[in-house]
Design a protein around this ligand. Sequence first.
Ligand code: 5GP
Ligand code: ZN
Length: 112
Amino acid sequence: MSDECIFCKIIKGDIETQFVYDDDEIVAFKDIHPQAPIHLLVVPKKHIPTVNALDESDAPLIGKMVLVAKGLAKDFGVNESGYRLIINVERGGGQLVFHIHMHLVGGWENDK
Ligand code: 5GP
Ligand code: ZN
C-alpha cells in the first residue's frame, strides 16, 4: 500500500468507486475518463508501481489479471466483438498512475 497512490485509495475504499470485479487479489472498475464505450481498469490490490517493478513471484498475479479481463469482456458483452488489453509502462509509455493496471477497452460499433 502507498498512502499517496490513487489506486490504493480506491482499493482501501477511501475514494468511493463501484467495483465491477473484486476478489482477494484483484479489483476492476470503470475508467473515470473512458476512451471507448467499454473502458475498465483491472488492478491488483498489491501496490506494484510499473511493469518494470515486477519480479518472478508476480507471474501468477499478472496471469490472473488477464483471466479476470477475459471474464469481464464476456460480462460486458465484448468478448466476441473483440477488445484490447493495454498496460502502459512508464511516462513515455503513457503511464499516469504508478500502480500497475490493465486497461480493457472495446465496444466500438465497427466491431459488430
Ligand atoms: P494510465 O495512463 O496510467 O495507464 O491510466 C490511468 C487511468 O486511470 C486513466 O485512464 C485515468 O482516466 C484513470 N483514472 C485516474 N484516476 C482515476 C480515478 O480516480 N478513478 C477512476 N475510475 N479512474 C481513474
Ligand atoms: Zn497503489
